[in-house]
Design a protein around this ligand. Structure first.
Ligand code: ASP
Ligand code: MG
Length: 399
């Protein structure tokens, strides 16, 4: 039985931390376990490598950027392997390419195509710990590629998928919470959560795990544990929703701060106007979320949100839109947050929306836009109302 463990950047930020992880791994290897360990770049290394390239040019060649970023993880695997071997544990470090991780797609956002599990199994016969660089692979041209920010989670889950489907993700938080403890102090750690809820939470702003990795976990049935590095706290298991899981209607509240809400009215009711508007937004690379459109009395209303740090692009795009359609009126708010209530129980329980609206009414909290998915309801609210709204929802749904 082989377990894949992943340690994030903040857990391997210093050589001392790497040595502490090595002692922990030695303990498990001495107890007879075979381990595959995936590590991220040390601390903020990836950010500083990007910044370094940017001091030369705003547009580094993506192939070269990948070559540069891959160095971050390669530093960590070597140090961890040196630390383990110095403790007498047989360890071997491998880059993504050496571990047989082939990728496809664009540089800096490649996808894993295939992993050679046999190769890893062979190397585990003579080594107790194989250390694999996260976030990287090799494409059909033999070039080093990376998987997009946060991609080490995907490396770990993908490796577990071709090995024994056990994956432990270690990070600086002790699991998944019902709400962000920085926003809601009494938020509780969740013991078990379904893949679908975790995917929804990642999509809605929870930073605990990269979304693609959870998707992959679900696809291949990998049992994923998320816990705090070198800490005996319980942590969270991510798995298929089963009968034994406590089925709460609502399991968590996620918040994305710094959201810009945009409403556009008097959009001409022609076949092409809405498509044209979204094309103008897309031409300026504005990342759109929470789209809704209604028509009343021949008047078309359009609303959407985008991240506040894209304000510049948005302003340019809105300029383009107002040039093209002189009738439109635009309203925007930059002090908004998106608050999402997630729960797999919403699939079959009715009345969740009504309970939520009643909470907003009772607390007199204004909201500006509401959208739903199969297992979530999202609101845009004023940023200054975030804490009290989360508290009221947590209270009502016992989160
Ligand atoms: N080092 C990469 C990043 O900072 C990948 C990862 O940590 O998952 O995004
Ligand atoms: Mg991460």
């Amino acid at each position: 039985m082989t377990t894949v463990l992943k340690f994030g950047g903040s857990s391997v930020a210093t050589v001392e931390q790497i040595q502490a992880i090595a002692s922990y791994l030695k303990g498990r290897a001495d107890a007879g376990e075979k381990l595959v360990v995936v590590v991220s770049a040390m601390g903020k290394m990836t950010d500083s490598l990007i910044a370094q390239a940017r001091t030369i040019t705003d547009r580094p060649e993506r192939r070269e950027l990948d070559r540069l970023l891959a160095i971050g993880e390669e530093q960590t695997i070597s140090l961890l392997s040196i630390a383990l071997n110095s403790l007498g544990t047989k360890a071997l470090s491998l880059t993504g390419a050496q571990a047989g991780i082939s990728t496809m797609g664009l540089h800096t956002k490649s996808k894993i195509k295939q992993i050679n599990g046999e190769l890893l199994r062979e190397k585990l016969v003579v080594n107790d710990v194989i250390i694999v660089a996260g976030f990287q692979g090799v494409n059909e041209h033999g070039d080093v590629t990376t998987l997009g920010r946060g991609g080490s989670d995907t490396t770990a889950v993908a490796l577990a998928a071709v090995l024994d489907k056990r994956c432990e993700i270690y990070t600086d938080v002790d699991g998944v919470y019902t709400a962000d403890p920085r926003v809601h102090k009494t938020a509780k750690a969740i013991d078990r959560i379904s893949y679908d809820e975790m995917m929804e939470m990642s999509a809605l702003g929870s930073k605990v795990m990269e979304m693609r990795s959870v998707e992959l976990g679900k696809k291949y049935g990998v049992h994923i544990f998320v816990g705090k590095t070198l800490d005996s706290q319980k942590g969270t298991w991510i798995m298929e929703a089963t009968e034994t899981m406590e089925q709460k209607v609502v399991s968590s509240v996620s918040v994305t701060k710094n959201v810009l809400s945009v409403s556009i009215k008097h959009v001409p009711q022609t076949d092409s106007a809405v498509a044209d508007i979204f094309e103008l937004l897309s031409n300026r690379h504005v990342n759109i979320d929470m789209i809704s459109q209604t028509t009343f009395d021949g008047d078309v209303f359009l609303s959407f949100t985008c991240p506040l740090d894209e304000e510049e692009f948005l302003e340019e795009a809105l300029g383009d839109i107002m040039n093209r359609f002189t009738t439109v009126k635009v309203d925007r708010h930059d002090q908004h947050a998106k608050l999402s209530v997630v729960g797999i129980g919403m699939r079959d329980a009715t009345g969740v929306a009504s309970r939520l609206f009643a909470i907003f009414r009772a607390e007199a909290i204004p909201f500006y836009q509401v959208t739903t998915s199969e297992i979530s309801i999202s609101y845009t609210i004023a940023q200054s109302d975030v804490e009290r709204t989360v508290a009221a929802i947590a209270h009502a749904f016992e989160l």
